[in-house]
Design a protein around this ligand. Structure first.
Ligand SMILES: [Zn+2]
Ligand SMILES: [Zn+2]
Length: 322
C-alpha cells in the first residue's frame, strides 16, 4: 500500500486564511447551533459535533504550495515538489528521526511555487542527510540554488550541510527510486512540467500538477489517458472552473475540475484528488469546485464510478494494494 500525505495543496502562491474568514466560520457554526437548538453539554458532545462539520466550517483547505509525500516503497523519503509545504514535512521528520535520512524529491518543474520551500527545509542543514532532487528539467540546480544567498537569503546554497545531489530524469523511461517504479511524462504548461507515476506491486499513484488538459481531439488526449491508465490515485491540477479554464484563463497552463474528471474517467482511474487550488479561492469556492466535479462525475458515470476528493493541507490517504 502507499500512504499519501498532503503537506501543501495550493497553487502559485501561499494563501493563509485570514482573521475575517475564521470569524465568519465561527459565526456560521454558532448560528447553526442556535437555529438547530443543538445542545452541547459535555466535551465529548462538542467533539462529536465538530467532527461532523464540513472542512469549510471546522477546517480549511490550507495555504501552503505544492508538497506531497508518498510512503510505501522503502525507508527513503519520497516527496513531490518543494513548495512551502516542504517546511512542515522537514520539521515533522526531524522531530521523529534523530539519525540521518535519505530524501528523494521529485520536481514537477521549477516555477517558484514548487521550489520555494527548499530554503526552509531544515534537513538540508543537517550533516549526514542525503537529498536527491530529481526532475526532467536541465536547470534544476540553478533554479534551486539561486533562491539561496545574498541579496535574497542569508545562507548560500554551497553552505548547506547535507549532501545534495541533482538527478536529471528522462521522460518515458522507468526508474527504480526509493522503492517505487517511477516514470515521468511531459505536460502542457509554460516551460513544460512533468507528471510522475509511482508504482509498487498492486498500487500506483500519479502526481500531475501544473498541466493544462483541454483536449481538442482524441489524439491530444491519448498519451495522457495511457499514462493515467488504471491508476489507483491521481493527484491532478484542477485550479479553475470549466468557465475560467475555457474563457478567461486559456493557455495559463492549468486545468479545470471538469477536465480533471474527464481525464480520470477516460483512464479508468479509481480515485481523483483535485490539487493546486487557486490562491484567489476561499474554502467555500474550493468546496464548490469539488461539489461540481462530483456532480459532473455522477451525471457522466459509466461503470463503477470515480471517487473525487479535493486535497487539503494535512490530508492523508491510503492507497491499498489491489
Ligand atoms: Zn504551480
Ligand atoms: Zn507552474
Amino acid at each position: 500500500m502507499v500512504h499519501v500525505h498532503f503537506w501543501g495543496t495550493r497553487g502559485s502562491l501561499p494563501a493563509p486564511i485570514d482573521a475575517s474568514a475564521i470569524s465568519a466560520k465561527i459565526r456560521r457554526v454558532l448560528r447553526t447551533v442556535r437555529d438547530d437548538r443543538i445542545a452541547l453539554g459535555d466535551d465529548a458532545t462538542i467533539d462529536a459535533f465538530v467532527a461532523r462539520l464540513p472542512l469549510t466550517e471546522a477546517g480549511t483547505f490550507g495555504g501552503n504550495t505544492s508538497c506531497v509525500q508518498l510512503a510505501g516503497g522503502s525507508n527513503e523519503w519520497t516527496v513531490c515538489d518543494a513548495g512551502s509545504g516542504l517546511r512542515a514535512f522537514g520539521d515533522h521528520v526531524l522531530a521523529h528521526h534523530a539519525e540521518p535520512q535519505t530524501y528523494n524529491l521529485f520536481l514537477s518543474h521549477v516555477h517558484w511555487d514548487h521550489i520555494m520551500g527548499f530554503p526552509f527545509f531544515r534537513p538540508s542543514y543537517v550533516p549526514g542527510n542525503v537529498i536527491r532532487i530529481h526532475g526532467c528539467h536541465p536547470d534544476l540546480r540553478a533554479a534551486v540554488a539561486r533562491q539561496h544567498g545574498a541579496p535574497s537569503f542569508p545562507v548560500e546554497f554551497d553552505q548547506l550541510a547535507a549532501t545534495i545531489e541533482f538527478v536529471t530524469l528522462e521522460p518515458g523511461r522507468t526508474y527504480d527510486i526509493g522503492g517505487f517504479t517511477v516514470t515521468a511524462m511531459a505536460q502542457h504548461h509554460p516551460g513544460i512540467s512533468y507528471a510522475y507515476k509511482f508504482a509498487i506491486p498492486g498500487a500506483s499513484v500519479i502526481y500531475a500538477t501544473d498541466s493544462e488538459h483541454a483536449f481538442h481531439s482524441a489524439e491530444d488526449a491519448a498519451p495522457f489517458v495511457a499514462f493515467f491508465r488504471d491508476a489507483d490515485l491521481a493527484i491532478v491540477d484542477a485550479m479553475y472552473s470549466l468557465g475560467e479554464a475555457r474563457y478567461a484563463k486559456q493557455d495559463w497552463g492549468h486545468s479545470s475540475n471538469v477536465a480533471a474528471v474527464e481525464l480520470a474517467q477516460a483512464a479508468n482511474v479509481r480515485h481523483l484528488v483535485l490539487f493546486h487550488h487557486d490562491p484567489a479561492n476561499d474554502d467555500r469556492a474550493i468546496d464548490r469546485l469539488l461539489f461540481d466535479a462530483r456532480r459532473f462525475e455522477e451525471i457522466t458515470r459509466a461503470g463503477t464510478g470515480l471517487a473525487v476528493s479535493a486535497a487539503y493541507d494535512g490530508l492523508e490517504l491510503v492507497v491499498p494494494d489491489v
